[in-house]
Design a protein around this ligand. Structure first.
Ligand code: NDP
Length: 240
């Protein structure tokens, strides 16, 4: 029977307690991976996985996460940098605190997540990194200068990492979701949701599981072995 080859591979997912991250954790477990995930505030146990409390903005905490995962589950093969936040406002009203929070979580948080793991992957000549970016990073979005900057930055980080990592047998890719039904859509008014829906050719928001399958594909040492430095869009053709 065909397989994605993720059985018994150790994968770390940040922000795996809810939303897209939880869907990724669940799918990877179904595919037979050994999954560790971080949560910040809301512990939501997922059978068969290792849950670790850690904030991605805390560099030391993320170093400890890598150590703990390797001690409990074994060498990390895959990392999914998923944790992220929004603090939307039009640019004149955007506070420096909201700018900093989004950049620290969504961009520096990716750096903090990957920094302790990448050298280990290089040594082992094995690894697959998947960062979750956003349609906002691809094309910009009203009220999201901070968020779009963090997500476009993550695409640049990942593409550059892919170039450096290739010689070590390590791949790095991004998944760029469109609008996905999670808590992240809660602050958007019904009126704005209707406008966004009218722009999406598939005429609906995406589901977390639909993002999770793209992540599983990019993690797979079989299905995506020649795919690195790319952006996989999961957005219902919601382009510019
Ligand atoms: P949710 O708001 O449902 O979940 C966000 C997750 O990130 C939670 O697990 C949260 O943990 C975690 N998180 C946030 N800040 C931190 C932090 N400082 N340290 C550790 N964990 C943190 O969002 P989604 O599931 O929708 O989003 C997941 C990713 O997908 C994000 O990167 C987001 O930007 C991206 N994305 C989402 C889209 C959407 O439409 N939903 C569209 C495009 C991209 P806690 O529960 O502890 O707060």
């Amino acid at each position: 029977m065909a397989s994605l080859g993720l059985e018994d591979q150790v994968v770390l997912v940040t922000g795996g307690n809810r939303g897209i991250g939880a869907a990724i954790v669940n799918l990877l477990l179904e595919l037979g991976a050994k999954v560790a995930y971080t949560y910040r505030s809301d512990y939501n146990p997922q059978m068969g996985s290792l849950a670790i409390s850690a904030d991605v903005t805390d560099k030391a905490a993320m170093e400890a996460v890598t150590e703990k995962v390797e001690e409990k589950l074994g060498p990390i093969y895959g990392v999914v940098a998923n944790a992220g936040i929004t603090r939307d406002n039009f640019f004149p009203k955007l506070t420096t605190a909201d700018w900093d929070a989004v950049i620290d979580t969504n961009l520096k948080g990716v750096y903090n997540t990957l920094k302790p793991v990448i050298p280990k992957m290089y040594e082992r000549r094995s690894g697959s990194v998947v960062c979750i970016t956003s349609i906002s990073g691809d094309r910009g979005n009203l009220g999201q200068t901070n968020y779009a900057a963090s997500k476009a930055g993550t695409i640049g980080l990942t593409k550059s990492l892919a170039l450096e990592a290739a010689r070590y047998g390590v791949r790095a890719n991004t998944v760029s979701p469109g609008f996905i039904e999670t808590d992240m859509l809660t602050p958007i008014s019904d009126k704005v949701k209707q406008r966004i829906l009218s722009e999406i050719p598939l005429s609906r928001f995406g589901k977390p599981e639909e993002v999770a399958w793209a992540v599983a594909f990019l993690l797979s040492p079989i299905a995506s072995s020649y795919v690195t430095g790319t952006v996989v869009r999961v957005n219902g053709a919601h382009h510019t």
